[in-house]
Write a protein that binds this ligand. Structure first.
Ligand code: HEM
Length: 487
């Protein structure tokens, strides 16, 4: 084809569709308190359907908690990890900084002043949890009605396609930084300081030092890693997956060079990248998605790939990034298991509580990677307990309000008709043991928290993704367009 290999997107009819740094699309118009940009809850006194909106923290503590613990032996921890990893390939909603035309420090203030929308800690803890509003898009959509055209929209900084942009980056500067250009071998750059005991490479460190990652108090510093997505050091399984892809790229590049001695470094890099992108698509569509929405829903709503359709806008939907795909937060285990060769707890490096795994890449370098991962217990409330300063459920709720997600967007809406959808067995058991809110709603409509959680969608069950899967299908299926069909 005539497409320049470095920017295949330019060959598409609508090159902006699904491109990095374009607006998240809306399925329904946003609902803001002032109609245009202020989130619900901005003025706490304001009534919604005759009631004050409960603070996100209250909803998080009173509704999003569960006393029960359960075991899920059907799938490994990797199902959760892949979800997080692939969500980072397709969504990153950039947040405003305190310097966006304001003197307020969002890390300190407890007031709602743009761009800060702090979460009040009204449960004995002092102060507020900082919250930066998502950056707004400047683009005005004149094709919509005037009211909608003026509404605040949010951005997706990543490409919407499953294209391994978490490995290669989503702009040329980052892409070049991540490549081993001097090596002239089509490979990715590796860490210059550390290797694993078997000589296998780690990801390179970030350039801005010292980085913010936690450190082992003894010995050398281990900085945050860099990869195509800047959240790479957020957790150990996530970092492990990024590391695996770095190694896989370099392994395939070497093999291709071996059998195609005449190929240029650029050719090796681009061909390897295509293979890695295709592997991301295969794993997501063949192995991941059917387990999440259930094989029947997958067959019904997604089915086999039928070819590239240029009329479909594959951009990630606002409700997908800010709500639906965050269902994964309810599947996070409070404990990260570190097992030995016999699948027993490793004596030297025992299991870790979740908060000890965050932003701690030193553990990968000094304690080794989690080669054996297995799902143990799962409990939403522990997410809250372990992440005291990062109440993920409250953040999700607040983010939904920040984005003006319509409260009932998933319920009885034009989009999702979920009654027909059956949960996959593993997620059925999840919902049986989950929050009262979740239970009640899944029984009735298979949709989590439309009204109970007060106008804000926090989680959607696997089934509601299934029910929205025409849209999901568009998003997923269109990912083939860059690399062509995958068998
Ligand atoms: C230990 C595991 C995880 C941690 C600590 C974590 C943490 C976070 C945090 C802090 C945010 C930003 C919240 C905000 O300010 O709005 C976020 C966003 C998000 N998370 Fe997770 N997450 C984890 C696992 C997962 C999983 C398993 C999934 C899906 C299966 C997932 C999907 C998402 C999505 C889609 C977003 C929105 C991304 C964006 O558009 O910026 N996460 N997560």
């Amino acid at each position: 084809s005539k497409c320049p290999p470095t920017s295949p997107a330019t060959c598409r009819q609508n090159p902006r569709w699904g491109a990095a740094n374009t607006a998240l699309v809306r399925w329904l118009p946003a609902e803001y308190e002032d109609g245009e940009s202020e989130p619900k809850g901005w003025n706490p006194e304001r009534l919604h359907n005759g009631f004050q909106l409960p603070p996100a923290r209250t909803v998080s503590r009173e509704i999003m908690t569960s006393a029960s613990k359960w075991k899920d032996d059907s799938y490994s921890q990797l199902l959760v990890d892949w979800g997080q990893y692939i969500s980072h390939d397709i969504t990153l909603t950039p947040q405003s900084t305190s310097t966006d035309g304001s003197d307020v420090d969002c890390l300190k203030t407890c007031e709602n002043v743009h761009p800060c929308f702090p979460i009040k800690m009204n449960d004995g803890l002092q102060g507020c949890m900082p919250f930066f509003r998502s950056t707004s898009d400047c683009f005005v959509n004149f094709q919509s009605g005037i009211r909608q055209a003026l509404q605040r929209q949010q951005l997706n900084a990543m490409t919407s396609f499953i294209d391994a942009s978490a490995v290669y980056g989503h702009n040329q500067k980052l892409e070049s930084f991540l490549r081993d250009l001097p090596g002239r071998n089509g490979k990715l750059a590796v860490n210059a300081r550390f290797k694993d005991p078997k000589g296998r490479p780690y990801l390179p460190f970030v350039t801005k030092l010292p980085s913010a990652c936690h450190q082992d108090l003894q010995g050398e510093r281990v900085e945050c890693f860099s990869a195509g997505d800047n959240r790479v050091s957020e957790g150990l399984p996530l970092t492990s997956l990024h590391t695996l892809w770095l190694r896989e790229h370099n392994r395939i590049a070497e093999a291709l060079k071996h059998i195609n001695g005449h190929w240029s470094p650029e050719m090796i890099y681009q061909e390897t990248r295509k293979i890695i992108g295709a592997l991301h698509q295969i794993i997501t569509l063949r192995d991941y998605a059917p387990k999440i929405i259930g094989p029947e829903s997958f067959k019904h709503y997604i089915g086999p790939y039928r070819g590239y359709d240029p009329s479909v806008d594959p951009s990630i939907a606002n409700v997908f990034a800010a709500a639906a795909f965050r269902f994964g937060h309810a599947t996070i285990s409070p404990i990260l298991c570190r097992l030995n060769e016999s699948f027993q707890e490793d004596e030297r490096f025992p299991h870790l509580r979740l908060h000890n795994t965050l932003f701690s890449p030193w553990r990968i370098v000094k304690e080794g990677q989690c080669t054996h991962m297995r799902m143990e217990t799962n409990n939403t409330s522990l997410v809250l307990d372990t992440l005291k300063q990062m109440d993920l459920a409250a953040l999700n709720l607040q983010r939904g309000r920040d984005h003006g997600l319509p409260g009932k967007i998933l319920a009885e809406s034009q989009i999702c008709h979920s009654n027909a959808i059956r949960l996959s067995s593993s997620y059925q058991s999840d919902s049986n043991h989950s929050t009262p809110c979740l239970k009640k709603q899944t029984k009735k409509t298979h949709i989590i928290c439309p009204s109970l959680c007060q106008q804000t969608v926090f989680l959607t069950s696997a089934s509601s993704i299934g029910s929205c899967s025409n849209k999901v299908k568009e998003v997923l299926v269109d990912n083939y367009m860059v690399h062509g069909p995958v068998h």
